[in-house]
Ligand binder design. Structure first.
Ligand code: PRP
Length: 210
């Protein structure tokens, strides 16, 4: 038998939601649930193997073909881009990219170049380029909401889920940038070499999601 289909999952919530989805398809995910500190776990009855990784690394492993499939947020896909196929919108992990600023700010007024803080510089740059707006983008690693509060930036481009973080820090959405949800991605070569197995899995997923 060929090696199991290797699927990289983004550790954390997307991992849990994917395991839930696989179990609803009838796969035994006990090894993933009881993983301890192990990073490669078998799903024997599906001839699959789960690899647990950080979001950016899911894309790297799939691009290089060491994992056939991956589950990763559209946020990471939009920021990293790369050479792989986006196969299915899995529907979970829903949130959005939004431009936000201090409450009551007339963000688009004035002529000066706006400074934008973000964990997603490519997403932010593309958003403002489409508007023909010149901006200075500053990369921040986390808790981006701090940047306008500390007067480092006029606005932020960040993930908004419930809106609580913005609200509790006196910020508000100026404009939605893009909707986000988890996607199943596939390595381009795997899709040819393991076509039947991958298509079968995707069909099962799509039928379940319907
Ligand atoms: C994300 C995001 C926001 C927050 C949004 O941060 O960057 O800060 O969640 O969620 P909410 O709209 O439900 O409040 P995360 O918790 O991943 O931490 P980080 O900012 O340190 O990356």
């Amino acid at each position: 038998m060929e090696r199991p289909i290797r699927i990289a999952l983004t550790k954390g919530r997307l991992e849990k939601d994917t395991v839930g989805l696989f179990e609803s398809l009838g796969f035994d995910c006990t090894a993933v649930r009881d993983k301890g500190r192990k990073l490669i776990l078998p799903i024997p009855d599906g001839n699959m193997e789960v690899v647990l990784a950080k979001a950016n690394d899911v894309i790297t492993y799939v691009e290089h073909g060491v994992c056939d499939l991956g589950v990763v947020g559209k946020d990471t896909i939009m920021e990293m881009r790369g050479k792989f196929f986006e196969m299915v919108d899995l529907g979970f992990g829903r949130c959005k990219f939004a431009l936000a600023a201090k409450k009551g700010t007339d963000f688009y007024s004035g002529y000066g170049i706006k400074t934008i803080a973000t964990k997603y510089p490519n997403v932010a740059r593309t958003f403002f380029e489409k508007k023909g707006m010149d901006t200075e983008i500053i990369k921040i690693e986390g808790s981006v909401e701090l940047a306008p509060l500390l007067e480092l930036a006029d606005g932020i481009v960040d993930i908004v889920e419930t809106g609580t973080t913005l609200k509790e820090n006196g910020l508000e959405v100026i404009e939605d940038v893009a909707p986000i949800s988890a996607r199943l991605i596939a390595n381009t070569v795997s899709l040819k070499m393991r076509q039947a197995e991958i298509e079968k899995l995707i069909k099962m997923i799509e039928e379940k999601l319907r």
